[in-house]
Design a protein around this ligand. Structure first.
Ligand code: NAP
Length: 333
């Protein structure tokens, strides 16, 4: 490789925020013990916030964002990884505190990496990206009602923000698990899309607006909630005894105004999901389940492959809710 390679660099000088496609060198990569040639990265909501103005998440500049990537090991100081191993990185504050995946190369801590499972490849891994990994985590949290709690079989599962990255893949996984998926969306024109992913029933987002009673009719065995805010209050009141609500997102707000009633009268469990901090053991388990539960041909049909220049044109649309589908970033396009 030549010493120089392409990267998106964000900067914040004299209160002027900038994001540019630049050439940087290996010596600019300060952290980590594994040097990786990146095949793909993906565009997540958090990436869009960071590209916009740092999102109050990135504190040191200049900085290379990108919270996930897949690629091939070039050099490793850890014997767990050797040259040409395919690897996946999501989270662990990469792209937030450590230089990330919007570059042709990255250097990363070996403790953050897993090997790409044989049943997947680096392209499929980033079609899933952080969104797909989070959807898997949420789906297995819901499924835990059957195994961990030795409860009855899960039947009805609600997914909010269903046309989003996490929501869409969660709908697909949960229907493959055999559950009746009820998809909540604000997009009236996406009913067919959600049915094609496996949703049994589509619910208008507005039905979760407004005041909630302390307890409403218990309807959901499980919930994957990407929206948070006021609708989560209603969802908790509508969850069946011993139901599990996997809360991963805040697309609709960060405040919830609930009571103890769903928890002490019905034993409802609110299960927080943090994909960034998941253990390596958990990551290996979940990534190995992906090929059994995800229809990659279907994800491909709503995935766009972006160059770095296209990435810079696309992220504002994601922030405005105008982007639909998955976006993977090809640093060599
Ligand atoms: N905890 C974690 O580890 C983790 C990991 C990944 C993502 N997340 C979070 O999960 C959430 C979803 O991520 P994503 O990548 O799927 O984002 P996304 O692709 O932007 O999808 C978010 C979806 O939420 C719905 N939505 C948007 N604004 C809303 C509003 N004001 N009220 C109600 N619904 C609204 C929309 O779906 P409809 O139009 O279909 O309703 C939208 O497509 C984000 O908050 C993200 O930060 C958390």
């Amino acid at each position: 490789m030549s010493d120089k390679f392409k990267a998106i660099v964000i900067n914040n000088q004299n209160d002027k925020f900038s994001r540019d496609l630049k050439e940087i060198s290996k010596s600019d990569l300060k952290d980590g013990n594994v040097f990786v040639k990146i095949d793909y990265s993906s565009l997540n909501y958090k990436d869009a916030l960071i590209l916009n103005d740092g999102g109050k998440i990135v504190r040191k500049f200049p900085f290379v964002p990108g919270i996930d990537f897949s690629g091939k090991v070039v050099e490793s100081e850890d014997s767990k990884f050797k040259k040409d191993d395919d690897i996946i990185l999501t989270g662990f504050r990469v792209g937030e505190s450590y230089f990330g995946g919007f570059a042709q190369y990255a250097k990363v801590d070996s403790n953050f990496l897993i090997k790409t499972p044989k049943e997947l490849d680096n392209h499929k891994a980033m079609m899933m990206g952080t969104a797909g990994f989070t959807a898997l985590q949420c789906a297995f949290a819901v499924k835990a009602r059957e195994e961990l709690l030795l409860g009855e079989k899960v039947k009805d599962v609600l997914v909010t923000g269903a046309t989003g990255g996490v929501g869409s893949i969660a709908v697909m996984i949960l229907s493959k698990m055999g559950y009746d998926v009820h998809a909540v969306t604000g997009k009236k024109d996406k009913n067919e899309y959600l049915k094609d992913l496996g949703a049994k029933n589509i619910i208008d987002r507005k039905e979760f607006d407004g005041e909630s009673k302390l307890l409403e009719k218990g309807t959901w065995d499980g919930v994957v909630d990407t929206v948070g805010g006021a609708s989560l209050t209603k969802i908790l009141a509508q969850t069946k005894p011993n139901g599990i609500v996997a809360s991963c997102g805040n697309a609709g707000g960060i405040k919830i105004n609930t009571t103890v009633m769903p928890f002490i009268i019905r034993g409802v469990k609110l299960w927080g999901i943090d994909s960034s901090g998941a253990s390596i053991k958990r990551r290996e388990f979940l990534w190995n389940e992906a090929s059994k539960l995800i229809d990659f041909a279907k994800i491909q049909s709503f995935t766009k492959e972006l160059s770095f220049t296209e990435l810079l044109d696309t992220y504002p649309k994601l922030l405005k809710g105008e982007y639909f589908g998955r976006a993977i970033v090809n640093p060599n396009k």
